[in-house]
Ligand binder design. Sequence first.
Ligand code: F6P
Length: 364
Amino acid sequence: MISKRRKRIGVLTGGGDCPGLNAVIRAIVKTAINIYDYEVMGFLDGYMGLVYNRFTKLSLEDVSGLLDKGGTILGTTDSFDPFNMMVDVNGEKQKKDMSRHIVDNLNMHNIEGLIVIGGINTISTAYKFTQLGIKIIAIPKNIDNDIPGTDSSFGFYSALNTATKALDKLHSTAESHHRVMILEVMGRRAGWVALQAGIAGGADIILIPEIPYDINSVIRKILDRKKSGKNFSIICVSEGCRPKNDAIEDAGEEKGALNTLSNSISAKIAGEIEAITDLETRVTILGYLQRGGDPSVYDRILTTRLGVEAVNMAAQGNYNKMAGITNNQLSPVDLSEVAYKCKNVPVEGELVKIARNMGVGFGD
Ligand code: F6P
């Protein structure tokens, strides 16, 4: 009796890491093996693992105890494009399209479908692979929450917890020293982290990319607080925010480790506040603390939901979609509706309005 070959699915994690990656890998593997008797191949370090054929067969043992572990056991690469891979040819850097090689590797392994866990860049690359006949299911991941087609990407609420706790801590030192404290948070081209952490952390001013700021408006807010007896102010700044008169950077511009204290937008803002008001102003760049550590309770449930859903979609042959959540209901979205897009903060939306109701200034 020839035993029926088990269906095989592939998994990879791409782009910046965040809490919850291991939790979603765990949900995928447990569902694939326990419910569908699939084999699961984990490709290492994102699309690079597909290029170099670096993989590991994932077992229930491999994912045991992963639910609360930060990072990704598969590894990841940020800003790696397999369609434009930089290779060294006779000492000269050249771009090479490795997509056909990846398709061959996937076919060699008899991979029925590939689950891609990533942010916009990773998902957009996955969409390109669907046009080469690869069957894809995407899971929205990143702390920025800038992925359309889902209420939130996983990792976002974990980052919010970290940023909110940081703002809580800054209140006591700001008040003790009568200072202006700036917390710079991540978010790339969208201001979701700054907006929601700012609301949760009681910031007095929130600066986001969607609302270019006027430094004079920021200073007026600080001085009004001082007149009312508040000798300190807390400003939550999104790394992508820009002053009104500044050339708008390319929305796709990669941020990243470039944000050091010296060249950050927060350093610029702090310098202007001190120069104009003579008030002591200090900057904290939260940076990669928002990307590390264990997932929040919300993200543990969200990743489990999305991981199970992704495998169910594979079993139903419901490919070339992203497993999304809309109004807290699982709802798959065509990759064509997600790729190359960015979900920005609606400036007339409810969250901006309630922040203004709380007296928050947006620098406008
Ligand atoms: O997309 C997640 C993110 O953390 C952004 O918020 C941030 O701008 C970027 O990644 C940092 O990229 P890298 O990890 O390449 O420095």
